[in-house]
Structure formats: structure tokens, C-alpha cells
Design a binder for this molecule. Structure first.
Ligand SMILES: Nc1ncnc2c1ncn2[C@@H]1O[C@H](COP(=O)(O)OP(=O)(O)O)[C@@H](O)[C@H]1O
Ligand SMILES: [Mg+2]
Length: 274
């Protein structure tokens, strides 16, 4: 089971759309997919459209006992092989570190995921900040997939996200690796985009996922219809579907090179555990 966090320290670049595109690629291949929504905006939860919700990631992080995430898994509206642990707006207050939070505050999701089985891939969506929620996402993951747009500000956000991956890796999670960088919403005819793509290739080389994701109305159309883009019928949707399939294949093959798991986790956990 591969756990992938999708991160960016800038909002609106397409984290959630990439989570949903990868989930859709898994759905199409018949894989068992779990989406864990750690963004209080809950956009991924909305599109995955679970028919009924009992617990959210807010409850999971509040409790944080080993294995408790499994209790919060809801079926999605996408079918029996795609599940979701939805977010809710109240999750926002967990993004801040308060006086009672220790180093172990960032390990709550990881502890809650202990013993989770039955999925080929777990995709964690995160908010656009390096707060406690993104730290929790990264601390629980094997891989971090960074999303950016081909614009100057977004590139700064991508570098910050890679730096954050390093910080969490050395602090909490030695098995964490950057999976790569997805460049989203490219427009081929735009010279600024072409320039930024060249710049990215020069700076990050192999770390870039290729081809980049084009800007296509199908992303918003499928999201607006609460379905995977792979289920949308248009030329743009087919193009995106093919790219997400390639991305998912790349993620799943890099799994073999996952690093060792060497972090001491909950043995010394005290405090508010429910
Ligand atoms: N490749 C794309 N083509 C067209 N629209 C996109 C694409 N990727 C994302 N969008 C749209 O851009 C907006 C922001 O994307 P979203 O995935 O919510 O970003 P984030 O999760 O990083 O905030 C959404 O309305 C989404 O539908
Ligand atoms: Mg989002």
C-alpha cells in the first residue's frame, strides 16, 4: 500500500484536481483507492460525494489512537473501490500549533493510519500551507507529490514544498521521498508557460512528471458533475485521463524504491489522545 501526499504551499494550483485525477486513474484500473482529505475546504470530499458521513479527518486527528482512521472511512459516490475519509471546515483549527502541541502533533494521522489494509493506494489532499495538517500528511506518507503551475509565484511555492518535504523527512518520517513535481494548467501557446517549463526542467530534471497537465475545461466539468475526469466524455478528458494513468503508473513503480521506515512513533506519545 502506497501512501502519497499531494502538496503545494500555494493555493489554487491543482492539488485537489491531481488527487482526484489519480484517484480516477485508480478507479479506472480497478484499484482500491482511499482519499484522505486533510484540507478544511473539503473540495475533494465534495467531489467524491460520499452518500453518508459519520466521522471526518477532524475526528480522526482529535482521537489519533492507533488504527482509528479505519472507523472514519466512508464509501464515495464513485463506486465500491474508491473510499474517502472526508474533511470538514472545523479541521481548520488543527492547522495551528497551540501550546499543548508537541512534536508528536504531526504524527497523529500516521498513528491513526496504523494497520490500515485493503487499499492499493492512499492519496492525501492537503491545505496550501506548511501548517500542522500538511505536516501530518507528509509524516504519514511514503511519497510527496508537489503540484505547481508554470508561473513565477507557483514555482516559489513548489520549492518551498520540496523544502518542507526535507524538513518533515528528517524530523518525523525517514521513509518519505519526493515523488516528483506535477506542472498543472499549462497552455502550450503561452510563452511565459513555455519559459517556466524550461526553467523547471533545468532545475528539477527527472523529478518533473511528463507530460505536464494541460489546462482543460474537462477538469472543472467533471468536478462539477462529481465524477472522475476519466468518466467524462470529451477529447480533453481523454487526454487528461491518459496523463493521470501514466502518473499513477509512475507513482506505483517508484514504490519499490521506498526507503526504510526508521522513525520511533507513538511509544512516547502522551497528552490528549481521546
Ligand atoms: N488542468 C486543469 N485545467 C483546468 N482547470 C483546472 C485544472 N486543474 C485545476 N483546475 C481548476 O482550478 C481550480 C483550482 O484547482 P484545485 O485542484 O482546487 O487547486 P488546489 O487544491 O491546489 O487549491 C479548480 O476550479 C479546478 O477545477
Ligand atoms: Mg484543494
Amino acid at each position: 500500500m502506497l501512501v502519497v501526499s499531494v502538496v503545494s504551499l500555494k493555493g489554487g494550483v491543482g492539488k485537489t484536481s491531481v488527487v482526484l485525477g489519480l484517484a480516477g486513474a485508480g478507479w479506472e484500473r480497478g484499484l482500491r483507492v482511499l482519499v484522505v482529505d486533510l484540507d478544511p475546504q473539503a473540495n475533494a470530499s465534495t467531489v467524491l460525494d460520499p452518500p453518508s458521513v459519520t466521522y471526518t479527518t477532524n475526528d480522526v486527528l482529535a482521537d489519533a489512537r492507533a488504527g482509528v482512521l479505519a472507523d472514519a472511512v466512508a464509501r464515495s459516490g464513485w463506486g465500491p473501490r474508491v473510499d474517502v475519509v472526508p474533511a470538514e471546515p472545523a479541521l481548520e483549527h488543527r492547522n495551528r500549533v497551540d501550546a499543548s502541541t508537541t512534536r508528536d502533533g504531526a504524527l497523529r494521522l500516521r498513528i491513526a493510519m496504523e494497520g490500515l489494509v485493503g487499499y492499493d493506494v492512499v492519496l492525501v489532499d492537503s491545505p496550501p500551507s506548511l501548517g500542522e495538517l500538511t505536516k501530518n500528511a507528509l509524516a504519514a506518507s511514503h511519497r510527496a507529490l508537489v503540484v505547481t503551475e508554470p508561473t513565477l509565484f507557483a514555482l516559489h511555492g513548489a520549492q518551498q514544498a520540496l523544502d518542507a518535504v526535507d524538513v518533515v523527512r528528517s524530523g518525523y518520517n525517514l521513509r518519505l521521498r519526493p515523488a516528483g513535481i506535477v506542472v498543472n494548467r499549462t497552455r502550450a501557446q503561452q510563452t511565459e508557460h513555455a519559459y517556466r517549463l524550461e526553467e523547471l526542467t533545468a532545475a528539477y530534471g527527472e523529478l518533473l512528471f511528463t507530460p505536464p497537465l494541460p489546462d482543460r475545461a474537462a477538469v472543472q466539468q467533471a468536478e462539477g458533475a462529481y465524477v472522475p475526469v476519466q468518466a467524462w466524455r470529451s477529447a480533453g478528458a481523454r487526454e487528461l485521463g491518459q496523463i493521470f494513468e501514466d502518473y499513477l503508473a509512475r507513482l506505483l513503480t517508484t514504490n519499490e524504491r521506498a526507503g526504510p521506515l526508521v522513525v520511533s512513533t507513538h511509544a512516547d506519545l502522551g497528552g490528549d489522545r481521546g
